[in-house]
Design a protein. Structure first.
Length: 113
């Protein structure tokens, strides 16, 4: 997704990436990111929650309207309804790329606060 956003930006289109790891996307040069504290695979919301998904989509589009320069990172205030430890559909380990960059992601979060 990030590569597609960069290619679109190079062609003159404004793009934004919705992600649970906006610091990582910013570090690798994704032009505009919107962070959300939702799990991978459920970035717009839970299955069947069309109203919640619409709210996330509209908030993402609003962030895109405000992000007038590349490099911007916006954070959405949505909160996932269940504790991560209670989620049964997550893989047993974090993704390899996040695992590889975990310390960098944590450091970037600290610097953003």
């Amino acid at each position: 997704m990030g590569q597609a956003a960069r290619l679109l930006e190079e062609k003159g289109f404004t793009a934004i990436v919705l992600t649970p790891t906006p610091e990582f996307h910013h570090m690798v040069g994704i032009p505009r990111s919107v962070g959300i504290a939702y799990p991978y695979g459920r970035l717009l919301g839970d299955v069947g929650d069309s109203q919640g998904q619409r709210h996330v989509l509209m908030a993402t589009l609003e962030a895109l309207e405000k992000a007038d320069t590349p490099g911007s990172v916006e954070y959405l205030s949505f909160v996932w309804p269940e504790e991560p430890k209670d989620v049964k559909w997550h893989p047993p380990e974090i993704s390899p790329i996040v695992k590889l960059r975990l310390e960098e992601i944590r450091q970037a979060r600290k610097e953003q606060k």
